[in-house]
Design a protein around this ligand. Structure first.
Ligand code: GLN
Length: 685
């Protein structure tokens, strides 16, 4: 956004005017207008939506785009209201920064960085036991992340089809549970981690309880022991669950059903019949795997032998062979049917974006984020995720759970999918595998992601301020980490400070100006708070201007506090504040009751995060709200040389001559910090 010439109209008057027309949408529209103009541009709205992670091909936005086209580029308030209503609450949430991943741009930049680091890893081998897998380009690397609100991040080869292989297993398990229920499925397969390779032939022995009245138990085991696959995530278990889906239909019908179910997970519905969302089937892959898939075939027979795979009810045919030495060799069709279907489903091909969408459907408790189609019941998803978490990475599952802590599934095609419940689905695709058959880069990417973000299942049990919560904008996260303590200190609220201590929060943490609880307590004469903080071992540190809390106490004539600091015998420096024209014009700043939102705004301004500022404006935070030191967003943007933020704030009516606690205006701050571009912008207005 580039500012041209002088400001002609009055943004504050515009906002009042809009509020009089419709309170609900006034701030939303205002956040997209510039310089008090009473219109915005269609491309501005589209850009804001894209920057929030919503894609132009998102089905939910098609009516909005149609309506935008009909209106042309300039949009006035009344049109804006009608246009955004075509998409329900989605657009409002996006403009307010209230989608599950609110700071999409920042998040994307961080993932980009991790991606570039991981790309340098070239260890691992292609799977070679299925011939077509040995022929893929080993250097391929892609990642896609889809949130439960349908925000999409893509990078690298995220749109290349690859063989999903074992990533089909959690979905097969879900599809089978949809038909037979939890108990029905687990008559045939266990829930225990196997701790073994994916293709291990060992089965789990378990006592058959009264519940197990299926014919497999009675016929073959006389009610004592059942031998079943350990879980649905190893081959034996997946052959089993495939065998349970629509067993009476033909192979073609069964495969069609399953492809449609996968399609629904990524946005296909029988209504839209969007065939681009029906995953491809690679027949050659299935045939090649079948040709030498002795191990899997052995497993099929083992399942039949132990009785867990339901067999067909056919009786032995009459022997019609005339030759004494000849007979019709019988192959149990239930075994071949289950294997044929299993090989076929493994040979489905999807892109990383498709798989991430399917994983996001799991994260979203079974509802596809972009079609809003309920594909799986909440119960099914809730029952699947724990098994995925404990067994999805085969014999690396334990370490993976501890380190990454997310339900995940890998496939020998090079894919890894991860589910962050209620937040997002992730798919990483890179075909080089480690000894366990897991994608090397996939694992590394997953580890780096959880070391950066608080998404591990058990992260709630620790406070780790070095990692970010992706559900919060960074500015909000920073505001949370210091704002509460600073406000409490300035208000003399020792109770709050005590509770922050018990949460092991750092009371020495400063804000965007390195102002700390000790500074504010000293400035406001909160003697008891100062004593409390010093008792907690908090040390006085200098703020942005080199000022220690003792200066705050001295300036505000709180002598007892000055004495306390003098007793510490520290060599305090004196702060330098530039105030060029102390008697000059002074503009009023706004008061906003949600103090943490104000701190968030100032952090966003200091970090030049215009998206975040725009979101806060859309939520109704006045651009010129002041904090405990009467600092405003413009002071911070000016001090940090954040020109984009300066321009946005000014064009949304931020007055120029607001003065902080020491009398400095934003221009003073820009001069003191030698921010030439900001000085020249502010002096031209
Ligand atoms: N189709 C493959 C197999 O059965 C799937 C294995 C995998 O992806 N780990 O061996």
């Amino acid at each position: 956004m580039k500012q041209k010439g002088n400001i002609q109209s009055n943004p504050a008057a515009l906002l009042e005017n809009l509020k009089a027309k419709s309170k609900r949408e006034a701030n939303l529209f205002f956040s997209l207008c510039e310089n008090g103009e009473n219109f915005t541009h269609s491309k501005k709205l589209i850009e804001a939506l894209n920057r929030s992670g919503l894609k132009s091909n998102d089905n939910r936005l098609q009516n909005l785009f149609r309506s935008l086209e009909a209106h042309g580029d300039k949009i006035v308030f009344e049109d804006f209201i009608n246009i955004i209503r075509t998409s329900g609450l989605l657009v409002e949430k996006a403009l307010r920064g209230q989608l599950v991943l609110p700071d999409f741009i920042n998040f994307s930049k961080k993932i980009d960085k991790i991606f570039d680091e991981v790309k340098t890893i070239i260890s691992g081998e292609l799977a070679s036991y299925i011939p077509p897998l040995a022929e893929v380009d080993p250097n391929q690397f892609g990642i896609a992340i889809v949130t439960t609100d349908g925000q999409v991040y893509e990078r690298g080869d995220s749109n290349k089809d690859f063989s999903i292989q074992s990533m089909c297993k959690p979905f097969n398990y879900c599809f089978a549970m949809e038909q037979l229920g939890l108990e029905g499925v687990h008559k045939h397969v266990g829930q225990e981690p196997s701790g073994r390779q994916f293709d291990d032939l060992t089965l789990l022995a378990r006592t058959v309880t009264g519940n197990y009245t299926g014919d497999f138990a009675k016929d073959n085991l006389e009610g004592r022991f059942a031998r079943v696959p350990f879980n649905p995530m190893v081959n034996a278990g997946a052959i089993m669950t495939a065998g349970l889906i629509n067993p009476n239909d033909s192979h073609t019908q069964r495969l069609r059903h399953i492809r449609q179910q996968f399609g629904r997970l990524i946005g296909w519905t029988s209504k839209n019949n969007n065939v681009s969302k029906l995953p491809r089937f690679n027949k050659n892959m299935a045939r090649q795997e079948n040709f030498k898939g002795y191990n899997n075939i052995a497993m099929g027979y083992l399942l039949m032998a132990t009785g867990s795979l339901p067999h067909t009810k056919s009786d032995l045919h009459k022997d019609i062979h005339p030759d004494e030495d000849e007979f019709d060799f019988y192959i149990e069709p239930a075994v071949t049917d289950a294997l044929k279907l299993y090989f076929s489903i493994c040979s489905i091909e999807m892109t990383a974006t498709d798989v991430a969408m399917a994983a996001a459907t799991l994260a979203n408790s079974g509802v596809c984020p972009i079609s809003q189609d309920r594909v799986l019941s909440q119960k099914t998803v809730r029952n699947c995720l724990p098994v995925l978490q404990t067994s999805g990475m085969y014999n690396a599952s334990g370490v993976f759970f501890q380190e990454v802590g997310l339900p995940a599934k890998s496939g020998v095609g090079g894919g890894v999918l991860l589910v962050v419940p209620q937040l997002m689905g992730i798919c990483i695709f890179s075909p080089r595998l480690d000894e366990q058959g897991n994608s090397v880069r996939g694992l590394e990417m997953a580890k780096k992601l959880t070391s950066k973000y608080l998404v591990h299942t058990f992260d709630g049990t620790m406070t780790d301020t070095s990692r970010e919560d992706p559900k919060l904008p960074i500015a909000r996260w920073l505001a949370n980490s210091c704002g509460e303590a600073i406000w409490a200190a300035s208000n003399g609220n020792i109770r709050t400070l005590e509770s922050l201590v018990s949460q092991q929060r750092d009371l020495q943490q400063g804000d965007y100006d390195i102002r700390t609880p000790l500074h504010l307590a000293s400035a406001e004469g909160q003697l008891e708070v100062v004593k409390f903080l010093l008792n907690q071992g908090v040390k006085p540190i200098p703020d942005r201007w080199g000022g220690y809390p003792i200066s705050d106490a001295r300036n505000n004539k709180h002598h007892k506090i000055v004495d306390l600091f003098n007793e510490l015998k520290i060599d305090y420096t004196e702060p330098f504040h530039l105030v060029e024209n102390p008697k000059g014009k002074t503009d009023k700043m706004a008061h906003f009751e949600d103090e943490l939102m104000v701190i968030e705004l100032l952090f966003a301004a200091s970090k030049n995060n215009v998206d975040n500022i725009r979101h806060l404006v859309a939520q109704g935070v006045p651009v010129h709200a002041g904090d405990y030191d009467l600092r405003t967003a413009l002071h911070l943007a000016a001090a940090e040389g954040s020109l984009d933020a300066v321009e946005y704030l000014v064009s949304h009516g931020h007055p120029l001559n607001v003065r902080d606690r020491w009398g400095a205006t934003p221009l003073d701050e820009a001069k003191r910090e030698k921010r030439k571009n900001v000085v020249s912008f502010l002096t031209k207005i």
